[in-house]
Design a protein around this ligand. Structure first.
Ligand code: PLP
Length: 310
């Protein structure tokens, strides 16, 4: 992978009368600026997986996603940079052979050398079945399968360096907000956060009924915790906010559209329409509802998502 990324992304203070009124200090961690194509959290999730692939003489990365998946775009680009082949299984058999119907995400992935294979919705649901996995291993004897969204144990540990950066840049943080798709990023932040009593990490689910993610987030965030050193043994408080999906995955209400352009105009920071807009909106709602105490130092994690169609 191209390692020439900025070593530490900016932590920018956001100033507004509303924040003064509530006596909170607010920063945005501009992780969208870490890499133009493997943006934000996707870079953290891929980096240890790529190292592993290179150590194991893997020649092909195999992964899964929808037509607008940031993870598909990131994996294609990362594989190319590492000299690996990549195969993307995409939800939606109707897209097969019709590149004129493809999203910019898919076109970019294909340009970066990813072989795209399209699955019916049913086949896509069965992608983790033994039969399908066996067939993949038979076809790609040196292949490495990354799950949908790229979330696995190595991805979770990719957030260790980001949490160290936060600790250096804003050691007094009390609240950290992040958007949640698979929950891999949230789990990584929880696992690698330094415990302080007054701290909390708030995950904002962008899909409906996301409480099914909780057991998996618990497993990921606590795996191997004891080996990390004393200050990590006590897990930081965290919460998954379930009510800010705004109608579901990739649904953007008029209210959210207006909110997005207001925020972008006020702070000159672009948000993506699927993840980060809902995260920032959730923070505003929680603040207005009095959920964030005066004196808090809030970090909004900009996880990227701006390289695709958004
Ligand atoms: C993929 C993505 C997320 C969600 O990350 P998970 O680890 O799947 O929860 C959040 N923000 C952006 C911009 C993303 O592309």
């Amino acid at each position: 992978m191209n390692q020439s990324i900025s070593p530490i992304t900016p932590m920018t203070q956001l100033r507004s009368a509303l924040f003064d009124e509530h006596k909170v200090t607010v920063f945005i961690k501009r992780d969208d600026l870490n890499h133009p194509l493997i943006q934000g959290n996707k870079w953290h999730k891929l980096k240890l997986n790529l190292q592993y692939a290179q150590q194991q003489n893997i020649d092909t990365l195999i992964t899964f996603g929808g037509a607008y998946s940031n993870h598909i775009a990131a994996t294609a680009y990362a594989a190319k940079g590492a000299g690996l082949k990549s195969v993307g299984y995409i939800r939606g058999a109707e897209l097969a052979g019709l590149p004129e119907t493809w999203s910019k995400t898919l076109l970019t992935a294909a340009e970066n050398g990813m072989e795209l294979r399209f699955l019916t919705r049913q086949a896509y649901r069965d992608k983790a079945s033994k039969a399908f996995t066996d067939a993949l291993h038979a076809e790609f004897s040196n292949g490495y399968i990354l799950p949908e969204g790229g979330s696995n144990d190595l991805a979770i540990d990719g957030f260790s360096s980001l949490m160290n950066d936060l600790e250096q840049q804003q050691p007094n943080w009390t609240h950290l907000y992040t958007a949640v798709g698979t929950g891999g990023t949230l789990a990584g932040l929880i696992k690698h956060a330094r415990y302080k009593k007054q701290r909390t990490i708030q995950g904002v689910a962008v899909l409906k009924q996301a409480d099914y993610l909780l057991p998996q987030i618990n497993r990921w965030s606590s795996k191997g915790l004891k080996t990390l050193g004393t200050e990590h043994i006590k897990q930081v408080n965290w919460q998954l906010l379930l009510n800010y999906h705004g109608g579901g995955y990739a649904k953007l209400s008029n209210e959210l559209k207006v909110f997005k352009s207001d925020i972008e105009a006020q702070f000159h920071i672009p948000l993506d329409p699927i993840y980060t807009v809902k995260m920032v909106y959730a923070f505003y709602q929680e603040l207005k509802r009095g959920q964030i105490k005066p004196g808090a130092t809030v970090i909004l994690l900009h996880t990227g998502g701006l390289q695709g169609d958004g």
